[in-house]
Design a binder for this molecule. Sequence first.
Ligand code: ZN
Ligand code: ZN
Length: 226
Amino acid sequence: MLNLLFPSKCPLCESTSDNHLHNPVCSKCWSSIERYSGPSCEVCGIPTASPYTTICESCLSKKPPFSKVLYYGIYTGALKKTIHLLKFNKLKRLSSPLCLLLNSLPIPEVDGIVPVPLHLKRLRQREFNQTANISRCLSKKLKVPLMLNVLEKVRKTPPQTDVTGKERLKNVKNSFRSSENIKGLRLLLVDDVITTGATVKESAKALIDSGAKEVVVVALARSMPK
Ligand SMILES: [Zn+2]
Ligand SMILES: [Zn+2]
């Protein structure tokens, strides 16, 4: 019966999925998703290999609006494919296993969970915000309220993947707005993929400007700097 309701082929390797009640991706493909444990900046999480400092140059020269960025893995391989399947192929059943990856990270105590929002127009195009789906699941696991309306994307921007390097920060500058009822709160900002960090920086800035006490960022993946 469940085999009829859910396709039992792993969407990554096409072999028969052995765990499809819980995860459409088979356990072999899923276990290839590794948590990144290499050297990284203590603050923004960028993978660095400097033997001299644990904080990257960018964070040293300008303190970011968030206190920490946690992420599960590098945006590559099965993790990248899985995020794509959720985001563009709308394979919503992946929200839950991906949420469990986030839940395995050392997330500090927070007062609320805020997903990085999509602009309303983009939300209509895509029909759902994958980050909000994952945040909803994480909110249940951590027993922390989900705050869907405190952050708003007020300016529609081209997808970050369509613009290059320095343009990215300009692209998202002042594109987020936050409501005022977050004074003194410690918030967990959730995103799916961190590329340059410009989006989470701007989002965290909007939250801090509205009175949040602290913003910790958590993401599924981070791309390797070029
Ligand atoms: Zn597979
Ligand atoms: Zn840094």
